[in-house]
Design a protein around this ligand. Structure first.
Ligand code: SF4
Ligand code: SF4
Length: 652
């Protein structure tokens, strides 16, 4: 009997893991190759977890103390309504959400802090491996932060920016964090002040969130949700500082041409993937790849081919045109091609499975961050002081591994898809200035007002195996474009958009972009010397969502309206990480409608769900919207845009 049940379960897992839905042929062939050669795929691992725990999905389980774990029965089937300590479903849901948001915000804050420390050391002349590449951006950041730039050396200004940035992390006075005050839209900042949720530093809200959510503290869901909004604002600080200071050190992106998907791995080259998030490492890897090209030719390769994975992929695409090869979920498939010689990772979204998959091939997986180690990977500790030495060693490992590659095991699918990327705010304003040199935002605003651009949607976040098989992001984006919604993409969704051809201006006619939006993209593309702007606008990595924040601030302040009045929506259509939760929370605090799928783990707390999906509209103007059908989600997002247009008196 038990044997029969186990057999049945095994067969169900096999069946589910081998149903590939709408995935393209190249991906399916790689998944089958992975299953055969590495005895695993993401779909296999997901199937083995199913059915996933309903308590966890609804957010109603608590492990905050050892009287638990406790689970609340939200199905009214006679189970417990309270935890052992008396915590309700809403208390538990709110506490879990805040802790998720802390996870995301901490990731972005530490990322920003590491960049700020490099800037400080460069400014003090202690670090030779890096330099300030964009002084114009440096001066603009200084002006934004209220730092005097007159008659001062660049290094002096840079040091003051770095010190002010780091001071925000730990300062003890009661004044608002300088980055948050200066970079936030004034209408949002006013609302946050009235709610008493403006962070005065960064460490305290994080410590406080962990404290108040531990056993026997804050049980009031409303109070906890206010702390959650504050944590979202902390996240916005991390995003903004990471992007702005990276631009200063590594250059502000401008329009750039490249290619996307796994076909950018080249059979006759030494292929090295840069994976993770922090450009401090990948910038040096690129430098050393150039320096050691000759060594690759000496061992019979045509050269060294660096390819980008995940958000590091976005960083090096935006600044250097490095191919955008694989999203977070495809990192293991890059190894499965059999032609990847090394993959070097810094932090965030580095799946532990990579080591197991790499062990089935000649590929060397290299971790570099002291707090991100993976059993089975080679660990070479990176620090800015050792940047050149570490980057050189990484390239050398790739060169050595190339010589062990087995050509019989190589399979690289598809053909590379053309992309145009690099749309920083500065790059966009540069294009708009060609249309109106005096008032660059005017053409954008006029086209929104006349309906050519019906609204703007920021589609951000990750690729989730739960939603990938039915191409959630592609279908959502297509529907929005058809209805003249200008789509901005970042993070791994940018990979998905690129692979679908949405970042190729030459595909604008075949993708089915609405006539109004198409006319604007073609006109602006013409100004930029392209046949058109691409159907979706790539603004960068996940931290670069801050670029969207900068744009929202500029437009809302120019029009003297709240961010929440603008016909702008956001979506994380294939949510995975806590970082996506914290970015979404920042957007909710700013006053934006945020769509997610899979559902945020709040549905088990009726009060919390009601606040986020309904009541928040009257507080920050933001609103959470959960929907797991892409066409329905697009329809509803367009309806929400229509509401905003009516509110502004625009043609709906
Ligand atoms: S801890 Fe929560 S999610 Fe995990 S199994 Fe228990 S109830 Fe489910
Ligand atoms: S804090 Fe309360 S609800 Fe959570 S595990 Fe402990 S007793 Fe259960």
């Amino acid at each position: 009997m038990v044997t029969d049940l186990l057999k049945e379960k095994k067969e169900a897992i096999e069946k589910s893991s081998q149903e590939y839905g709408m995935l393209d042929e190249g991906t399916v062939r790689l998944l089958k190759k992975e299953e055969k050669e590495a005895r695993t795929t993401v779909y296999h691992r997901l199937a083995r977890q199913e059915p996933q725990c309903g308590f966890g999905e609804l957010g109603v389980c608590c492990r905050m103390c050892y009287m638990g774990p406790c689970r609340i029965d939200v199905f009214n089937s006679g189970g417990p309504q309270l935890g052992v300590c008396g915590a309700t479903a809403d208390t538990i849901v709110a506490r879990n959400l805040l802790r998720e948001t802390v996870g995301g915000a901490s990731s972005h804050v530490e990322h920003a802090m590491e960049i700020a420390e490099i800037l400080r050391d460069v400014a003090e002349g202690k670090l030779e491996a890096y330099k300030i590449r964009d002084t114009e951006k440096l001066l603009s950041v200084a002006r934004n932060l209220g730092i005097n730039t007159e008659n001062r050396e660049i290094s002096e200004i840079a040091l003051e920016i770095a010190e002010a940035s780091l001071e925000d992390l730990y300062k003890l006075d009661r004044k608002p964090s300088r980055w948050i005050e200066k970079y936030s839209p004034s209408s949002s900042f006013k609302k946050w002040s009235a709610l008493g949720i403006v962070p005065t530093n960064i460490w305290q809200p994080i410590v406080n969130a962990m404290h108040r959510t531990s056993m026997g503290n804050d049980a009031d869901p409303v109070n906890i949700l206010l702390a959650d909004l504050r944590m979202g604002i902390v996240d916005g600080y991390g995003l903004t500082m990471a992007t702005e200071l990276s631009d200063v050190l590594f250059g502000t992106p401008n329009i750039i041409h490249s290619y996307a998907n796994l076909a950018t791995i080249k059979e006759d080259y030494v292929n090295i993937a840069v994976h993770g998030h922090n450009p401090a490492l990948s910038e040096k890897v690129l430098e050393w790849a150039e320096k050691l090209q000759e060594r690759a030719r000496a061992i019979g390769a045509k050269g060294i081919n660096i390819i980008g994975v995940c958000c590091t992929g976005n960083e090096v695409l935006m600044r250097h045109g490095i191919p955008l090869a694989a999203n977070e979920m495809q990192a293991e498939l890059a190894i499965v091609t059999g032609a990847l010689d090394a993959m070097v990772a810094d932090f965030q979204c580095i799946w532990p499975i990579l080591a197991q998959v790499a062990s089935c091939y000649h590929t060397k997986l290299i971790t570099t961050v002291p707090y991100v180690k993976i059993p089975g990977a080679i660990h070479i500790e990176f620090s800015p002081e050792k940047a050149d030495e570490v980057a050189r060693r990484i390239i050398e490992i790739g060169l050595e591994a190339y010589q062990q590659r087995n050509p019989a095991r190589v399979f690289i699918p598809n053909h590379p898809e053309e992309v145009y990327a690099g749309f920083s705010v500065e790059a966009l304003l540069g294009i708009l200035k060609k249309v109106d040199p005096e008032d660059p935002l005017k053409p954008l605003i006029e086209n929104i007002a006349n309906g050519n651009i019906y609204g703007i949607a920021a589609i951000v976040g990750c690729p989730n195996p739960k939603t990938r098989k039915y191409l959630f992001s592609e279908r959502l984006i297509k529907e929005l474009l058809k209805n003249n919604v200008l789509v901005i993409v970042t993070g791994c969704i940018a990979h998905i958009a690129a692979q679908a051809g949405f970042m190729n201006p030459r595909k604008i006619d075949e993708i089915g972009v609405g006539e109004g939006l198409k006319s604007v993209l073609k006109a602006l593309g013409g100004a930029a010397g392209l046949p058109s702007l691409p159907p979706t606008i790539h603004m960068g990595s996940c931290v670069d969502n801050s670029r969207i924040g900068v744009l929202l601030k500029a437009v809302s302040e120019k029009l003297h309206v709240d961010v929440s009045s603008l016909p702008v929506v956001a979506s994380a259509p294939e949510l995975i990480t806590e970082k996506a939760v914290s970015i979404g929370t920042w957007a909710l605090a700013l006053g934006v409608t945020v769509h997610v799928c899979p559902p945020l783990r709040v549905l088990g707390g009726p009060q919390v769900a009601d606040i986020l999906t309904r009541q928040l509209r009257n507080i920050t103007g933001g609103e959470l919207y959960i929907e797991c059908d892409p066409e329905k989600a697009a329809k509803e997002l367009i309806r929400k845009i229509r509401e905003k247009r009516i509110g502004l008196g625009l043609r709906a």
